[in-house]
Design a protein around this ligand. Structure first.
Ligand code: C2E
Ligand code: CA
Ligand code: CA
Length: 678
């Protein structure tokens, strides 16, 4: 707990600019305090200097009295009368005895001996004056009190009052008195038995205080200007920081939030989440065939569409939810829901609304959902550990399982998908090493003549013999390889293995059986594919003629021109071309017309199911007729029954590949079979 707090504090200090601001404010306040104290002291000193003048006069007067008495032998009364002649008119003097009873009074008033002070306003030290000071006795009581409590604030107040009242056209406004009061000061004399008091005026004029105010003003300007400047600076850096953060979190295409933001914000939401009745779902929202959309309407229009989707999602999500674009037309969403059903329902509605986001333009969307396990809701620590990126990819994997499935648009990630995902990861981690270690083995499935029942060909099929998992059938890893592109490496390996086998047969003097090898559609984007295959086969010194390249029908849906060019080149090199799985999926009879195909392999689905057997036979019969008319050879795949063989023999099918005759087998076993066959 303590540690967490510490870390939080550390993070705060690291990330926030506020500690610097606080420090700066403290620094400026200290400066202001110091300067203010200094100015106040200075101001106090100004007033005190006036008092000091009075005290100084009193001291001089005392010296004069002492001199006159001691040097000239005059009495104290004579001396004072003599000295008084030198004083200005309003300055009175009085002599008392030790008990402060008036003995002689020169002037109209006498001091109030009851109220006596060592006055000083020298802030902040308040140094006391050396000689006592008193007000006039004949003044009102309050006045006498106030005179002794002479305060600096009072003087400043009067000064400001005067300043606002006075007319600046009056030249002598600086000389205007703010404070003019009389004080009695005890005169220091060296004569025991008597005391002398001297009355003088303390006058503070506007000029004295004006300079004080000026000092304050200068202080304010000196401190204020850099403070304001610094504040403006700090403020603009905060604004700049905000702008930078915005930039960091902004998606360049949609202008909305980007993936970094999604990852960080989702985590924050999940950590703060408290309502255990709800659960969260990470969703992968995908626009189907976005590439095609861009190809049709242009990439500008494509970007606009993404912006619209972003805008739509912004208004569709609630508080405590978030979303961002991941890549291309894929968006990640963090949605709150009470159940799986509710989440699906909400998404379904979203997908429907999204299809209408651009009028007159056809588009469709699909979504994969990963429901965060309710247990993940219970403990904050568990929620903090959720890897949003990984979970999002699980949602993507769930969506991926719908690929090519009609009418299905939402899929929730489940255990089965998880297993598949784990398997996929395992395959991807081990495939490179497996290829190097020779774990991929060449198996051959013989093709038989339906009448003579002799081996007339073979198909090369891969088997992964893993030291840990045993024999892995191609259906388990080929789709993964097709997705990650590794299939091209495997196909090269298999073509090489077939070429090697063919040259071994030559050396061993065995019958040269034509062998077909699968070439994935993924390969048909390489312009130099034909040349590449040619080199591969040549490197083993095998004849091109005995090698047949099998393409699945899906290869015919890509770049048709490039495909045609590659096939023509392959034919020129002397390879045989066959169309695999003909009849599966969306058959294109056009392909038969346009492409230089030598062999047609009927898909095994033609021979499955008993219900429509008769109709199936008609289709097979007519397809064989069509192929023959186009001078193609026909291979029937997946044949398991004797009656199927008989039917195909009747129809003039050229080759049969199926369990009825043999399953795929290791090369040695195949060689044995060929020998026996002869
Ligand atoms: P495919 O090219 O259509 O290969 C024929 C598949 O049908 C083989 O499955 C074969 O064992 C199976 N088969 C043959 N006769 C029968 C039968 O009478 N009954 C049944 N139930 N099945 C039969 P396999 O070997 O599991 O291969 C599956 C698919 O994996 C292949 O289908 C092919 O698309 C792919 N594949 C296999 N080896 C390679 C390869 O080296 N490269 C590429 N690109 N794909 C390969
Ligand atoms: Ca095949
Ligand atoms: Ca096939």
């Amino acid at each position: 707990m303590k540690n967490q707090k510490k870390q939080k504090r550390k993070r705060f200090y690291k990330k926030s600019i506020w500690p610097s601001i606080v420090l700066f404010v403290i620094f400026m306040a200290s400066c202001a305090g110091l300067v203010t104290t200094f100015v106040a002291s200075f101001q106090g000193y100004l007033v005190d200097s006036k008092i000091s003048d009075i005290q100084e006069d009193a001291r001089n007067l005392g010296r004069m009295i002492d001199f006159n008495r001691n040097e000239k032998g005059k009495t104290i009364f004579e001396t004072v009368s003599y000295v008084q002649a030198y004083l200005e008119e309003e300055k009175s003097i009085c002599i008392t005895n030790e008990r402060e009873q008036i003995l002689q009074q020169i002037g109209d008033t006498v001091p109030d001996f009851e109220r006596t002070e060592h006055i000083s306003i020298f802030a902040p030290f308040r140094v006391r004056t050396p000689y006592r000071m008193m007000p006039d006795l004949d003044l009102r009581k309050e006045k006498r009190d106030s005179i002794l409590k002479l305060s600096f604030q009072e003087i400043v107040r009067r000064s400001l009052e005067e300043l606002s009242d006075s007319s600046y056209e009056d030249d002598r406004w600086m000389e205007k008195p703010l404070y003019h009061e009389y004080y009695w000061v005890e005169v220091p004399i060296k004569n025991p038995g008597y005391r002398v008091y001297y009355r003088d005026a303390l006058t503070i004029v506007q000029k004295d205080v004006f300079f004080m105010n000026l000092a304050v003003l200068i202080e304010l300007v000196l401190l204020g200007v850099p403070t304001v400047l610094l504040f403006v600076n700090v403020w603009s850096s905060i604004a700049m920081q905000k702008r930078m953060v915005n930039l960091l979190y902004q998606d360049p295409v949609t202008g909305g939030r980007n993936w970094i933001y999604f990852l960080e914000h989702s985590k924050k939401i999940l950590c703060q989440f408290r309502n255990t009745n709800h659960t969260y779902a990470i969703v992968n929202l995908h626009m189907i065939r976005y590439q095609d959309y861009c190809a049709c309407y242009g990439s500008r229009e494509g970007e606009e569409l993404l912006q619209k989707i972003d805008g739509f999602l912004r208004i569709s999500i609630d508080r405590g939810e978030t979303f961002a674009r991941f890549a291309k037309a894929d968006f990640g969403l963090l949605l709150r829901s009470s159940s799986k059903e509710q989440c699906e329902k909400r998404l379904k509605k979203m997908l429907v609304e999204l299809t209408g986001i651009k009028k007159d333009k056809m588009m469709s969307f699909s979504a994969g959902i990963y429901l965060l396990h309710p247990a993940a809701n219970s403990k904050r620590e568990k929620r903090r550990q959720i890897n949003i990126d990984q979970v999002y990819h699980f949602a993507c994997a769930a969506r991926g399982t719908m690929r090519g499935k009609e009418g299905e648009y939402i899929k929730v990630f489940d255990q089965q998908i998880l297993q598949e995902q784990l398997w996929k990861n395992k395959v991807e981690e081990t495939m490179e090493a497996a290829l190097l270690n020779g774990e991929f083995k060449l198996y051959l499935q013989p093709k038989y003549h339906p009448v003579t029942e002799k081996i007339v060909g073979a198909e090369a099929l891969v088997r992964w013999i893993s030291p840990t998992d045993g024999m892995i059938p191609p259906g388990r890893f080929i789709p993964v390889f097709e997705e990650n592109g590794f299939i091209t490496r495997l196909d090269d390996y298999m073509i090489g293995a077939v070429a090697k086998l063919k040259s071994e047969w030559k050396l061993m003097g065995l019958k040269q059986i034509p062998v077909s090898v699968n070439v994935s559609r993924v390969n048909f984007v390489k312009e130099d594919l034909a040349e590449h295959i040619c080199h591969l086969v040549d490197s083993y010194g095998a004849d091109h003629a005995g090698i047949e390249l099998e393409l699945t029908e899906s290869a015919f849906f890509g770049n048709k021109e490039l495909l045609l060019q590659i096939l023509k080149e392959l034919k020129l090199y002397g390879f045989t071309i066959s169309m695999d799985d003909f009849g599966a999926g969306y058959s294109s009879l056009n392909s038969l017309k346009d492409l230089p195909i030598d062999v047609l392999k009927l898909d095994m689905d033609f021979f499955r199911g008993e219900d429509e057997k008769q109709r199936g036979e008609i289709v097979v019969k007519e397809t064989i007729r069509l192929a023959k008319a186009l001078h193609m050879k026909i291979v029937a795949e997946g044949i398991e029954k004797k009656e199927q063989v008989e039917f195909l023999a009747e129809q003039g099918c050229d080759m049969i590949q199926g369990y009825y005759f043999a399953k795929p087998m290791p090369v040695e076993e195949f060689n044995e079979r060929v020998k026996q066959d002869c």
